[in-house]
Design a protein around this ligand. Sequence first.
Ligand code: FAD
Length: 423
Amino acid sequence: MAAKKDSEIIIIGAGAAGLLAADALSRAGKKCLILEANNRIGGRIFTVLEKNHFPVELGAEFIHGRPRVTWDLLKRFRMKAVPVSNVRWRQNGDGFRQDSSSWERLSQTLSQLKSAKKDRSLASALSKMKVSPLAKEMAERFVRSYHASDIRKISVNDLVFQQKTSGDEGMRGYRIVEGYGALLGNLAAALPSRSIRLNQTVQEIRWSRDGAEILTQKSRFKAARVLVTVPLGVLKYPGALVFRPALRAKEAALKKLEMGFAARLSLIFSEPFWQNGGRGNPYGFFQAEGAAIPIWWTGLFKDSPVLTGWMGGPETQELNDFNLFIRHGLESLSGLFGLDQKLLKLKLRRAYFHDWNSDPFSRGAYTYCGVGGMPAREEFARPVERTIFFAGEATDNSGEASTVAGAFLSGLRAAKEIIASAI
Ligand SMILES: Cc1cc2nc3c(=O)[nH]c(=O)nc-3n(C[C@H](O)[C@H](O)[C@H](O)COP(=O)(O)OP(=O)(O)OC[C@H]3O[C@@H](n4cnc5c(N)ncnc54)[C@H](O)[C@@H]3O)c2cc1C
């Protein structure tokens, strides 16, 4: 094992939280080093460029609403984001029609959920609500999918909080024209040289109030302060990252937070065939009722020949066979567009999928709060002995948790805490 290297601050993870924390710390004159397990930066932001340079996202794709932290960064790097068409389309026998009524019905059901002294799961709250079975099913489907959650576990109090803080604007989506990856690329490029070490999987942190020793699979580092930004799924995975002594103070909070599971598939076709035939030129989101992959959306521009399928919830953990996933995708689209599967296969050029659920550096998609877990994000975020600090989407307490904006905000919060801890 290589000799110890001393640093003022070590940040574990070069995702949105780690990179923005490093940016804030460097701008405040602090010296920091990021240790990243992967051979790339970005974490759950993973953009690949298609042949003609349009970005395909394998992880985060949308900016939800107008979170200032994200829009300020876009401004700083002179990057552009464009609104996503929010139109929802449904197959209507001989073509597509816009479907706003089911969205309104869903909003009505969700708005009936109220915060209560005794928290409960969505499944439990819905079972007591006076709404039609269809409305219940829609609410279940939406929360499972959008929050990547198990409806038997997700906290209604937290759902209500998130809905209140994001409001209607939060449901409006935007996409970065150059891709999300370019934003993180710009952040990384703005750091002093050699601030990031890739392929360094942190396995153990030996800590005390005087500092920490960090062991990766090949090196040892020493630092006065450590900022941990690895996903909750990694922290909860037995043996993935060991703290000596163990972080007893965090155990209760980690138990109350859940890593959600999701799977997405982007299919690139020879042409945007869904735009043909003068049937309303659907562009936006499609509901493929009863299909294996039930939600689809179109690409950045109207003529982008890409369709992305999405599923959320615990059952997506089984979806780790790429070829099977593509088959499910083509089956779903065949039903949705009334096209022969063989024809779709002929039009298919490439497919993109990343298995976030079993990726050892994510172990899931993004977090949600379990029943009674509302204070858990704050507890998780609290520094330990002015040595170990925490950031990452799971630690955001402002209502942006689970998202890139939440990760950015948590990075800024942790950087402030480190600066205030006066090294
Ligand atoms: C499929 C999918 C779709 C999503 N869609 C959206 C969306 O549209 N909009 C949105 O706002 N959010 C979305 N999200 C969520 C968003 O991607 C995350 O909230 C955000 O990127 C998390 O940033 P982070 O810095 O907290 O964590 P991460 O990005 O996960 O960064 C943590 C870093 O730690 C590294 N790491 C892990 N273990 C170790 C270790 N042992 N040693 C060293 N490094 C380690 C990881 O490799 C990673 O780079 C999506 C997520 C997924 C998976």
